[in-house]
Design a protein around this ligand. Structure first.
Ligand SMILES: [Zn+2]
Ligand SMILES: [Zn+2]
Length: 148
């Protein structure tokens, strides 16, 4: 089990495994939601996810849809404000904010995404692939059955 928790420690969860992808998203909404240069999102299967405590503190916010659903959705702890994982009902796959993890997930980020909207003050200094929004849409279209 790979455990994670929010800043105050009330929301605790575990995943049985990380399936990926493990993406660093530089889109403006991820930057605002995190207050940082990017969100590190680790892909997990909903069936591998266990919420251990704090369900009563989880709140969600959906930003207005810009182009097409689904809306950009964030879930957070009402006590401490940390982002927390909260799978959308009916989904099979979702992303865990990787900064919440207390255990080693056994995998590392595999790419940067939405690099065309990257913060001007942040310099990508690793060798990971850098995908634009257009490239992400094209690659997801070609790998049917994968995370959308
Ligand atoms: Zn909390
Ligand atoms: Zn994003």
């Amino acid at each position: 089990m790979i455990h994670g928790s929010c800043l105050c420690g009330v929301v605790r969860f575990a995943i049985e495994r990380a399936v990926g992808p493990f993406e660093l998203c530089h889109c403006p909404r991820c930057r605002k939601a995190s207050g940082s240069a990017f969100v590190a999102g680790l892909g997990a299967r909903v069936e591998d996810f266990h919420l251990l405590s704090g369900a009563e503190l989880i709140r969600t916010y959906e930003a207005p849809v810009r182009e097409r659903p689904p809306a950009y959705r964030v879930a957070f702890c009402a006590r401490c404000g940390s982002p927390v994982p909260d799978p959308v009902p009916g989904a099979t796959w979702f992303e865990i904010p990787a900064g919440l993890l207390d255990d080693e997930p056994g995998t590392c980020p595999d790419k940067h995404i939405f690099v065309e909207c990257k913060s001007p003050w942040f310099r990508i200094a690793d060798d990971l692939p850098q995908l634009t929004r257009r490239q992400i849409i094209e690659s997801r279209r070609s790998q049917s059955g994968g995370p959308a």
